[in-house]
Design a protein around this ligand. Sequence first.
Ligand code: NI
Length: 140
Amino acid sequence: MSKEKVTRIGVSLPPDLLAEFDDFMAQKGYATRSKALADLMREALLRHEWEEEDTEVMGAVTIVYDHHTRGLAARLTDIQHDHHDSIIATTHVHIDHDRCMEIILLKGPVKAMRTLGDRLISARGVLHGKTIFVATGNEP
Ligand code: NI
């Protein structure tokens, strides 16, 4: 634990929101509301800063899909070719007889990369999808 100085604040919240937040905290394993709130605030601020500056990021989009879904594999390939200059690599794994997992590595401005991730994840027939980003530290 750092010896960072802290400021105490009072926050007024609707009771059901607080109850839901306490459940969320417990599930995530937070011991205090302060720590949980501080983490959420940092995440929101970082996200805001990235959006404002359209920060360059590297990202990984993971999707799981059923390759029997008509036209889906071709559709996913088309989307990737539309963005060939942002896509660094794609790894395809055959999970079982029906399902495939693809990890698509991206690099580019965060807004366009988020849109690209959303396009892949929202393609009809994609069962699960998730995108993670990390800032490259390069100037936009
Ligand atoms: Ni496959």
